[in-house]
Design a protein around this ligand. Structure first.
Ligand SMILES: Nc1ncnc2c1ncn2[C@@H]1O[C@H](COP(=O)(O)OP(=O)(O)OP(=O)(O)O)[C@@H](O)[C@H]1O
Length: 207
């Protein structure tokens, strides 16, 4: 039987008395990719923030790796959230951002040079991230997330700014991550990317 990695039951979130999520369930096993889809404002980002321990639900239970998600170092050693763009370190190049990530997180899944190749950034290695295009910065965010060891990837619209060819490449990167035993939950407006990655779909509707 598949080992359950994420179990969220009956999750309810309210803002200003209005329900944004109303009794949402989500389960994801080891090696599984789950795509959360739905119209703008249906709560996809909010659900990811709940799974990351950044948004306490008004009701419901959430377990990630057999414990409630919590915004603390032990949790973030196993779980990676890619949402809004990270803050870039002033003065560090693309390659140095990757090297920093590799040195902070021992046992990285990819070397910095390998990540440059895999994420199509070899030609940008000496640039400062703020000088790159939106899609190139998104590739770097994803490279930094995939380079470090983890068991769970939470991705909020990972397709943001990416061209069609790299979306296809990302699908295969996510499939490889799951095949190696990782669990992925992505909120996305690109069902093609999710299908290509072999994701199971959860559709959110307005609460
Ligand atoms: N911190 C907050 N305070 C008040 N309302 C919020 C907060 N965060 C989210 N909301 C509201 O919750 C609803 C869901 O937002 P959320 O960003 O989760 O939706 P989404 O499905 O990810 O949308 P999109 O597809 O546009 O990215 C929106 O109506 C939003 O205004």
């Amino acid at each position: 039987m598949t080992e359950m990695i994420i179990q969220a039951r009956n999750v309810t979130v309210e803002f200003g008395g209005a329900a944004v999520l109303d009794g949402v369930d989500l389960a994801a096993g080891r090696g599984e990719i789950v795509a959360v889809v739905g119209e703008n404002g249906t709560g996809k980002s909010t659900l990811l923030r709940c799974l990351a321990g950044l948004q306490p639900p008004a009701a419901g239970e959430i377990g990630v790796l057999d414990r409630p998600p919590a915004d603390e170092p032990g949790f973030w050693r196993d779980v990676v959230l890619v949402g809004d763009e990270p803050a870039w370190y002033p003065g560090l190049t693309v390659l140095e951002h990757l090297e920093l990530m590799a040195s902070v997180h021992g046992g990285s899944r990819l070397g910095a040079e390998e990540a440059l190749e895999s994420f199509g950034l070899a030609g940008r290695r000496d640039m400062a991230p703020p000088a790159m295009s939106t899609g190139q910065r998104q590739r770097l965010s994803l490279a930094m997330a995939l380079l470090r060891p983890s068991r769970v990837l939470l991705l909020d619209e990972p397709e943001r700014g990416l061209d069609a060819a790299f979306r296809a490449r990302l699908a295969s990167i996510l499939t490889a991550y799951a095949t190696a035993g990782g669990t992925v939950v992505l909120a996305t407006h690109d069902p093609g990317l999710a299908r290509a990655a072999g994701a199971r779909f959860i559709v959110l509707e307005a609460a």
